[in-house]
Design a protein around this ligand. Structure first.
Ligand code: NAD
Length: 259
């Protein structure tokens, strides 16, 4: 049943909680200026996801050329954007010693840039600001790879072994990172409040996480601009903007904790 003042209810739940997991999707970063995938004007309006499947990337030089072209666009955007109120609210939860961790589907590095320590951010879909070799696993900073692209290389190769380089993000058809999934599972088992912010909850296996946390005993809150397939199972849903909602919530949480 929906509460009459959801901001007040979530704030009270946060004030009571000891181990909160915030689970974020592309919607937490739209207010920073990064379009999401599924809203009108989002990335998939301009790119066909089928062209960027992992298998195609491995098999076709042409696909790799297209991928790096698209990724240059993403990278240029990512170097300009800044964390917003919702990312800062997660840092604030950590300062209040309420945050178990953030589990994010995002690859934009904004939770880290906002100030969360590495052990507080689990990036289940990787990070677009890191590049790895698919053969020898050597790491190359994304900025360095961009210099090679700007100098005319269409498909950059590993400087150590000549292998195929790829941003360290999880493409469609690529396996999920084992360590990050195990760590997420362990932390979900001990969290008492699981807050989804800005995710359509349609990408699996990430979308299984809210119900896993709920089955482990956590309350489930969803803050999203549009309905998700899990709204019925949530203890509370707020249809609103991430920054606006989290800003109000944190302000109220601090008032409650001060009393
Ligand atoms: P999605 O695009 O499927 O869904 C985003 C959801 O956020 C939508 O339901 C939308 O209504 C909502 N939304 C948009 N702006 C919002 C706002 N200001 N406040 C609250 N809600 C808002 O994204 P997803 O669920 O993260 O899944 C898609 C995949 O896309 C993920 O794997 C993610 O890695 C990737 N992705 C990442 C980025 C990024 O790193 N910033 C950007 C685009 C896509």
């Amino acid at each position: 049943m929906q509460e009459s003042n959801p901001i007040e209810t979530v704030s009270e739940w946060i004030a009571q909680a000891k181990r909160i997991i915030v689970f974020t999707g592309a919607g937490v970063s739209t207010e920073s200026g990064i379009p999401d995938f599924r809203s009108a004007g989002g990335l998939w309006d301009r790119y066909d996801p089928d062209e960027f499947r992992f298998r195609r990337f491995l098999e076709s030089e042409e696909a790799r050329k297209k991928y790096w072209k698209m990724h240059t666009e993403i990278y240029e955007l990512f170097t300009k954007v800044r964390p917003n109120v919702a990312h800062e609210a997660c840092v604030e939860l950590d300062r209040l010693e309420k945050l178990e961790c953030v589990i994010t589907q995002n690859v934009d590095n904004l939770h880290t840039e906002a100030g969360l320590a590495p052990d507080k951010v689990i990036e289940i879909h990787g990070n677009a600001l890191q590049v790895g070799c698919l053969e020898c696993d050597a790491r190359h900073p994304r900025a360095e790879v961009q210099e090679w692209l700007d100098a005319g290389e269409e498909v950059p190769l590993c400087r150590k072994c000549g292998g195929i380089l790829k941003p360290r993000t999880i493409s469609f058809g690529q396996g999920m990172p084992v360590e990050e999934m195990q760590e997420s599972e362990a932390r979900m088992k001990r969290c008492d409040l699981f807050i989804v912010i800005g995710s359509s909850l349609v990408v699996y296996p990430a979308a299984d996480m809210p119900l896993y946390a709920k089955a482990s005993g956590a309350r489930l809150v969803i803050i999203n601009m549009t309905p998700t397939p899990f709204d019925e199972q949530a203890d509370l849903v707020i249809y609103g903007k991430a920054g606006d909602s989290m800003g109000k919530i944190l302000e109220r949480v601090k008032q409650i904790l001060a009393n």
